[in-house]
Design a binder for this molecule. Sequence first.
Ligand code: MLC
Ligand code: AMP
Length: 504
Amino acid sequence: MNQNLYAILSERFRDRLDRPCLVMTGRTLTYGDVDALAARIAGVIVASNVKPGDRVVVQVEKSAEAVALYLACLRTGAVFIPLNTAYTPSEVGYFLGDAEPALFVCTPENRDRYAAGTLDWTPPTILTLDAEGGGTLMQHAADAAPHESILERADDDLAAILYTSGTTGRSKGAMLTHANLSSNGLTLVDYWGFQPGDVLLHALPIFHVHGLFVALHCAMLNASPMLFMPKFDVAAVRAALPDATVMMGVPTFYTRLMDQADFSADECAHMRLFISGSAPLTAQNHEAFEQRSGHRILERYGMTEAGMITSNPYEGDRIAGTVGYALPGVEVRVCDDAGDPVHDEVGSIQVRGPNVFKGYWNMPEKTAEEFTGDGFFVTGDLGTQTEDGRVAIVGRGKDLIIAGGYNIYPKEIESVLDKLDGVVESAVIGAPHSDFGEGVVAVIVTDDGQPLDLGPLQAAIDADLARFKHPRAWRFVDTLPRNTMGKVQKNVLRDTYGDAFTQG
Ligand code: MLC
Ligand code: AMP
């Protein structure tokens, strides 16, 4: 049987081609339309000499055509590599150099910036796609012969590579196979009780696991319509809630809804399920959302390398502050420092199963380091697990900030800051932030501990770092706290500057 993820998805909507798939303002594409669009784009991919296993790097705004481009890659066996639209040319340059794609699709504006020689590595073919579905990709697609067939793929053939930053500051490409993605999608659509009549409110970006795989695959496997929004806009989301039954979001979606004084249970009456993940949802927000909306959020836990790992039950207790149980077919354990599984004490969360990635692109040593001898992936998250298997995340072993569901690695920012004039050294930490959960604070050591002019500092990091990674609070000191081994004590910094975004 063909293990191509697109074969599995299309099998589920093949008899329902006239049903709405992507519902946007003023435009609806049925499942048949999306399938046909994907076939036309697949024709362009094949005509561009992209072979099965070749990489296709994509940095475009969210649109129906962007979805079809993803599906077209699956269809032809190309490996899809989505990039955050906020990445700067220097960040994109790294990904292109590492992935060496046969095709790069970017926005027309970036095409001009990148053509100006900002990239270290130039892909053989560069096509463009804008937010309205225009650009050279679609011009070619209008003329291309549709490529209807779905390439035969085996379980462990690559479907996608998603870059995830690392504690060393260098991004790693997590290689995800067709079976990683299909096994996870098929499990979730059952586990979360997807049913006829479901309509998914889709306001997430489509360059991460959450919006691209979890949301899209669940909807497509159920042949459900998606209310497909370009981004999370609280007014648009509220207006759409009465037409939806399921929403997937990061905690910021829920806090932004609750910031609306008149947000109430009435507009959620039609909803069946609110799901949260990608970042911790505080127990306080969990309870507050239930009071306001009448719905108990279902929190689940996942990561780029493993898709969805645990989930609170659909039927059963959704306990605030916990992420529930290992999904069916997935093994999760919490181990102590000696590597032995423990219960009810904090340890390292580890996962094994068909959802777990194949390894990091071009980094076999790094891959080996992150797996145990018996094949569990070490997530880098710290948590507890009860005897009956319920997991709670209590912290991170990795130095990572999660802001609004985006992962930000302090090391990457420190490496940029440390090179700047007047900066002796830097330490970057996350501090509680009412909107994003965590915000980035830069603690900068200067010769005399006196503040530097922020203008030049900001300008200097603009070229290297996407704006969501920029520090939003700056503190200047003459020295950093260190332990006896000379390591910077970030916990001390977090205690000292923890109120950076919450003070008066
Ligand atoms: C935007 N900004 C952010 C930010 N998003 N800053 C920190 N963290 C973020 N997440 C900054 C921009 O740079 C800009 O700064 C300003 O905020 C406004 O930008 P915007 O584009 O208007 O922001 P907004 O639309 O409000 O977006 C916020 C958001 C969005 C929370 C809705 O970030 C979002 O959709 N997040 C979801 C991320 C996600 O899907 N994560 C899943 C990862 S998968 P300036 O300076 O230019 O004004 C994963 C696995 C799993 O983790 O378990 O799911
Ligand atoms: P990413 O690498 O972007 O896939 O981010 C994955 C990380 O997000 C995980 O390793 C966790 O640290 C975090 N994460 C995902 N879901 C949750 C959750 N429900 N609660 C707390 N942290 C989460």
